[in-house]
Write a protein that binds this ligand. Structure first.
Ligand SMILES: Cc1ncc(COP(=O)(O)O)c(C=O)c1O
Length: 388
């Protein structure tokens, strides 16, 4: 164990990037290595195997490359949908809109089921849509970071299996992997798109996508060529398979140091205490504490139903007469960094707190208490300042 300690800093509790453990940052400071060296090969190999573990899969194919969450949308759109094919999208916010936009760039015909603001798409609407047309793919944002709405992926998958079993299921898990349960094999999910900087507790810079063997087969049987270069699985599949088997292969240089950091974080998530299941419980508990404190302050959250509300973040409306400038700087003065709104129609009306990774798992840090205290004090001070 290294003695490295990061500089004192304000607590980062936006919904990603999140606080990163000392040992993960220290792993990032590994001496520069050849990406083709025998020493590095098992590091990426371990990341591939442990990424699969985080999603409770034994057979799915992880793709780990330099990029961000957005590159996962390109991978889904470019590799799994051929131009003119139909996609059904469950849209619960800003990030859903981005995913839809990306699918259309590659020629998909996307039908959107638009949730009411703060709500999830009703399961009956999904069933009806699937029964009315043949879709190559159904996709959703597991947690839309703009609204904190949680999609019931398990229930959606059950409907797909019953109504349209050939339809592939893709989940944007950028704001949910490692903070919300996802059981790829048991639920029959075909693709999970994520990134390093949220629940996975690593600095930003990795695009992480996991595809079921069924999805890989669909990709391998496609008729038209993949209309992407960097995002093409034709390029990446041999590379990922080689590293997992223990030999190097090259398509584009991986972010070597970040891969060391990711392995350090995955070691904690999949191989040490608390277990992955316990982590989900810790995320639920921390989320409840923050949401209870928000309710005690008389504040309203964006999600209209607590069953469709994320456990890794909270989105909170400003009360009437208050704006971001009343609260966010006051939180920052107390060394707590939260995020403003991001949804195009409502962005000035709310703010967001992330509670993922070490901030909730490592209770000794006291991050949840610090957030709650800063919230209470900031609102008390802001309210007092309005009284003339
Ligand atoms: C749900 C969701 N999807 C996709 C993205 C895009 O990821 P990135 O910013 O890493 O490209 C984000 C980013 O916050 C997100 O929250």
């Amino acid at each position: 164990m290294s003695t490295f300690k990061q500089q004192p800093h304000k607590l980062l509790v936006i919904p990603g990037p999140i606080e990163v453990a000392d040992e993960v940052l220290y792993a990032n400071a590994h001496p520069s290595m050849s990406h083709m060296s025998a020493d590095f090969v098992p590091v990426l190999g371990d990341c591939i195997r442990m990424t699969r573990d985080v999603l409770y899969s034994t057979t799915a194919q992880p793709f780990i490359m330099a990029g961000s969450g957005t590159l996962g949308w390109d991978q889904v759109a470019a590799n799994l949908v051929e131009p003119g094919e139909y996609v059904l999208f469950l849209n619960t916010g800003y990030f859903g809109e981005g995913f839809v936009d990306c699918l259309r760039v590659y020629g998909a015909h996307v039908d959107e089921l638009q949730a009411k603001f703060g709500g999830a798409v009703p399961l009956s609407d999904i069933e009806q849509a699937l029964a009315s047309k043949k879709y190559k793919l159904i996709a959703c944002t597991h947690v839309d970071t703009s609204t904190a709405v949680l999609c019931n992926v398990k229930a959606v998958a059950e409907i797909v299996k019953k109504t349209a079993p050939d339809t592939l299921i893709a989940v944007d898990g950028v704001c949910s992997v490692a903070s919300e349960e996802i059981r790829m094999d048991a639920w029959g999910i075909d693709v999970v798109v994520t990134a390093s900087q949220k629940g996975l507790g690593t600095p930003p810079g990795l695009s992480i996508v996991v595809a079921s063997q069924r999805a890989i087969q669909v990709f391998e049987n496609r008729v038209t060529p993949v209309a992407a270069y960097y995002a093409s699985w034709k390029k990446w599949l041999p590379v990922m398979r080689a590293y997992e088997k223990g030999s190097a292969a090259y398509f584009a240089t991986p972010p070597v140091n970040l891969v060391y950091a990711y392995r350090a974080s995955l070691d904690r998530i999949t191989k040490s205490s608390p277990t992955l299941e316990e982590r989900f419980t810790l995320h639920r508990e921390a989320s409840k504490r923050i949401k209870d404190a928000v309710a005690e302050l008389g504040l309203k959250q964006l999600p209209v139903d607590s069953n469709s509300s994320a456990n890794g973040m909270t989105a909170i409306y400003f009360p009437d007469g208050f704006t971001a400038s009343d609260i966010i700087p006051r939180m920052a003065q107390r060394d707590v960094v939260v995020a403003g709104g991001v949804h195009k129609d409502y962005k000035d009306k709310y703010f967001r707190i992330g509670h993922m990774g070490i901030s909730v798992v490592d209770k000794e840090r006291g991050d949840v208490e610090k957030v709650i205290t800063a919230l209470k004090e900031s609102f008390a001070e802001a309210r007092a300042s309005k009284i003339v």
